[in-house]
Design a binder for this molecule. Structure first.
Ligand code: AP5
Length: 209
């Protein structure tokens, strides 16, 4: 059933937006709109727009607003029940979203740069089933293959340290101004600590129980 809410998850790369929104969706049946996931799917499918986006993503730069706004609009088929993950990331994107739908709350996950870099440089993903690992905190028992399906693990092109630093700079210059834009709807959550503890804080702050 539609929750009646539209939520945005804001946070620097690696803050846990994807991790936490996937848990909320499993429990509360929101519709997940992650622009990063949508772009990666388009790249995998050799979609011409994905090919265009790939060059920006590999460099840690944002994909042009017009392309992102069109993707989001094409995925919205009802008024409420959405969680926007990694969108909006610029003021023009936020202004375009205002014209499309109402936003109830904006959850901002706060995590230190040191922790973000550690999380992202160590992330590995199964090419076959998408299961995520971390070389130190959650290694696969099969080394460079997935515990679940045996698929090969890979590192995202943009999870190399020099690209992560660029993504952090881009977050600070282009996305952080949204904290002011959404100040009346903003819920700040400490994103450090165990995943389930962060999740409990979010659920409490959103009064979802
Ligand atoms: P996108 O895919 O959105 O990536 P990101 O936000 O830069 O980074 P992540 O998605 O990896 O971070 P996250 O906060 O979701 O963290 P996660 O839960 O995965 O975007 C990629 C690129 O696409 C952009 O650089 C840009 O080029 C383009 N793009 C996307 N949207 C765009 C837009 N709107 N406009 C323009 N361009 C756009 O967690 C990260 C890691 O940390 C995982 O390994 C996870 O297991 C681990 N972790 C999570 N929580 C914890 C915890 N509590 N403790 C320990 N580890 C944790």
């Amino acid at each position: 059933m539609d929750s009646g809410l539209n939520l945005i998850f804001l946070g620097a790369p690696g803050a846990g937006k994807g991790t936490q929104t996937k848990k909320l969706i499993d429990k509360y049946h929101f519709i997940h709109l992650s622009t990063g996931d949508l772009l990666r799917k388009m790249i995998q499918e050799d979609d011409p727009l994905g090919v265009k986006a790939k060059a920006y993503m590999r460099e840690g730069q944002l994909v042009p607003d017009a392309l992102i706004i069109d993707i989001i609009k094409s995925k919205m088929h009802q008024g409420t029940g959405y969680i926007f993950d990694g969108f909006p990331r610029t003021l023009p994107q936020a202004q375009a979203l205002e014209k499309t739908t109402h936003i109830d709350k904006v959850v901002y996950l706060e995590v230190s740069d040191k922790e973000l870099i550690g999380r992202l440089t160590g992330r590995r993903i199964c090419r076959n089933c998408g299961q995520e690992y971390h070389v130190s905190f959650q290694p696969s028992k099969k080394g460079m293959n997935c515990d679940k399906c045996g698929g090969a693990l890979y590192q995202r092109d943009d999870d190399k340290e020099e690209v992560i630093k660029k993504r952090l700079e881009v977050f600070k210059s282009q996305t952080a101004p949204l904290l002011k834009f959404y100040s009346k709807k903003l819920i700040k959550v400490d994103g450090q600590g165990i995943v389930n503890e962060v999740f409990s804080k979010i659920v409490r702050e959103l009064s979802l129980n």
